[in-house]
Each structure stands twice: as structure tokens, then as C-alpha cells.
Design a protein around this ligand. Sequence first.
Ligand code: PLP
Length: 299
Amino acid sequence: MTTHSPDIPAPVLVLVPGVTDAPTDGDARFHVADETAPQLAVTDLVATRGDGVFETIGAFDGVPVNVIPHLERLARSAAMVDLPAPDLETLVEAVEAAIFAHEPVSELSVRVMYTRGIEGAGTPTCWIHARVSDDWAPYRTGMRVAVLDRGLSTTSARTSPWLLPGAKTLSYAVNMAAVREAKRRGAADVLFVASDGYVLEGPTSTLLVRRGDEFLTTPVSAGVLAGTSVRSLSDHLEAERGTGVREQLMTIEDVTGSDGAWLLSSTRLAAPITHLDEAELPVDRALTARFQQVLTGAI
Ligand code: PLP
């Protein structure tokens, strides 16, 4: 049994037993469940092996952003770990149901969890959990970021795909350990660097770098997650200036010598990097504010 602060609206849980089934008339493919009651078996392979994939979708004033790109990425992650293809139509409806069942709030974080299920059963487990987003305001004004070695090269996606670079798996313990290390170093977040010296991504975010009129990000082929936020900003910049965000391998010096850099994600939005280790970076507040509007779906 969990308890929540009386000031914060209660989270909503939607179980999705029909995640891999084609829509049928009789069976409920998903249903709202008691969020405070135990729901997950201790033998679910996500509990014993971290074996599953997930997505986190941001919803702003009740409207989710990039639902289809998130669910398509979930399907790609699922394919990378040989999970059956999830039924995206069912998931779209289940996400909508979770948001609808939640009290109206300005920022909701909607997690879609898809696991290998109970050991031996061969049936995946899936649920949606919608809760008030963490308070990202301090990050959105600017944050210190520590550079940490990921210990993998930018060729790992090609040479060692079993390490699952670029998949959004439920084995995020390493990512969370990296954030704790950054905090020990007095920073708020992390920029991973590859063993061959190129910068990659944050533990839960995509790198965006500005060089003059150019906007650059790490190539997905370097083993980073294909971000939905960077895609949204790229589409916006392309519509506005004719050029979107370009993929390019960058060194730490490319970032420290840039005209600004951000870590992007669906719930945090655009968080400007004020310092990369000890190097100070310029912060464009007006541009950051516009990026945040784009990422909430406001423009
Ligand atoms: N990279 C990693 C490793 C992530 O976990 C995330 C999001 O959680 C991102 C990038 C940003 O992805 P998106 O912009 O789709 O939220």
C-alpha cells in the first residue's frame, strides 16, 4: 500500500492485459486498477531481471505530446529485446484512459511499462502509470552537468547490439547511478561520453548543441536513444528556418566551445547546460523558453 501527499492528486494505474492482442469486442483490453494495491508478481521478469522496456510521455494541461512517436519507439525497443509487438491502438486508448482518469493537472508524466511478464508464463505484462510530474522548474532555468564515461564506444550499436544501446529498457539502474555520481560532484545531471571521446546523451535526455545558426545532436547510430523531443524541435526549426537539427559526432570541446547546449526530454523539456564540469556555457533564455513551448505542444 502506498500513500501520497494529500496536496498532490493521486496517480492513476491502468493495467493493459490485452497489449499484444488484436482488439476484440468482449474482452476489456485495459482497465483502471487500484494504484495503491499490489499488482505486480514478484516473479515478473522485470522484477527479477530488469527485463522490459518503457516510455515516459509528457501530458500538458491534459494533452499528451508525441504519443505515436513514443509508442513506436516502445515497439522498436520491444523488438530489440525480442518481446512481441505491442498493439499500438490499444496502448493509445489506454494512455488516453489514464489521463482521463487523472485529476486535471498542468504536467503529467505518463509511463508505459511493457515487461517480459511472469517467468515461464510467456505473456508480457503491461501497465500505464500516470502521475504528477516531478518539479523540473530548477532544471529548466539551467543546470550544471558532469561529464561521465559510459565505457562504450560510438560503434557499440554495431559491434555489441546485445548491450542494447539505443533501446529504452527497464534496466536503468546504471543511468540512475550516473545521476547520483553527478550529484556527488555538485552537478544536477550527466552528459555521457563514449570511450572514443565523443559525447553521447544524458541518462534520461538527448543532447542539443547550438553552433551559430546550426543545431546539432548526437547521431542515433552512435548508440543513443532516438529522442522524441529533439525530433519535435528539429521539425519546428526546419519549419521556421528551413534547417532542422543535424546529427554530428561532437567532442567535449565542441560542446564547451558552443553557443549553448541543452538536455532534452519529454517531461523535463529543454534544460540549458550552464556548466559542463567547470566550463561555463552561454544560456539563451528566450530561445530556451520557446523550446519549452514547442515541447509542451503549445506552438
Ligand atoms: N536518452 C535517454 C537515455 C532517455 O532515457 C531519454 C528519455 O527518457 C531521452 C534520451 C529523451 O527522450 P525523449 O525526448 O523522447 O523523452
